[in-house]
Design a binder for this molecule. Sequence first.
Ligand SMILES: NC(=O)c1ccc[n+]([C@@H]2O[C@H](COP(=O)([O-])OP(=O)(O)OC[C@H]3O[C@@H](n4cnc5c(N)ncnc54)[C@H](O)[C@@H]3O)[C@@H](O)[C@H]2O)c1
Length: 280
Amino acid sequence: MSSTSAKEGISLSTQRLLGKVALVTGGATGIGESIVRLFHKHGAKVCLVDVQDNLGQHVCETLGEPKAFYFHCDVTTEDDVCRAVDFTVDKFGTLDILVNNAGVTGSPCNDIRNADLAEFEKVFDINVKGAFLGMKHAARIMIPQKKGSIVSLCSVASALGGIGPHPYTSSKYALLGLTKNVAAELGLHGIRVNCVSPYAVATNLALAHLPEEERTEDAWTGFRDFVGRNANLQGVELTVDDVANAVLFLASDESRYISGDNLMVDGGFTSVTHSLRVFR
Ligand SMILES: NC(=O)c1ccc[n+]([C@@H]2O[C@H](COP(=O)([O-])OP(=O)(O)OC[C@H]3O[C@@H](n4cnc5c(N)ncnc54)[C@H](O)[C@@H]3O)[C@@H](O)[C@H]2O)c1
């Protein structure tokens, strides 16, 4: 490598999204907040949208230059999503990256006979319809540019049953199907469409699903113990930043030939089972 390209290599690795414009849904807390902060650190101009206005505004206020913007948007409402994309283009001139991160699990329910249809529809509305609307309106901007990267937060529940409530698991399988189908259409225009699928990460969303018998006085400690015990990869705790790093890779040009993929960030959880106790 010449010294010039070595220098370029260094600047690429430190500012991997320099000059790119990104829109992140559900960016006010949890994994989305970490994505916003990491993208910003890597030189991206970021708009974050959420329904938690105070938290979303706060995230933007804590970021320096380039200024990040918050926009109120319920991803289940097409008008909101349309306006969020237009807002981003208005602020920064274009849209290079969309991260469909907003998601909910729905309430725990371990008996299908008691399942609430409205709850099922709500989870699908946010996790699937919300991502679809994001893709639709991002495509408006990306197709004429002949480039772009769309990354959606899926889950280990997109690869295995028995991990979350029925609406959640089925919505994540649907999101993966949607991702592959939209990748099939948008490949023609040079646009990549992928998913990132994490194992359990300590956020408000995940905490609510800790089995009752595992709950301890300090909820977060109980969560970490349970998740660690059931993980494949031992001695490493999955954090929101690990997930954000995977999203950064798929958003950046480093993954320029990857599309239609589901990047598992699960330490091997969905590749192995320890049920037969061969190694444990
Ligand atoms: N935490 C985990 O263990 C885990 C594991 C696998 C996948 N995921 C996925 O990662 C994503 C983020 O999860 P998290 O753990 O950070 O959750 P979180 O609850 O901490 O954050 C989700 C964010 O989405 C926002 N949101 C919810 N409904 C919205 C709507 N209608 N419109 C706009 N924003 C909305 C919330 O206000 C919140 O800020 C989700 O898609 C989730 O399914 C999480």
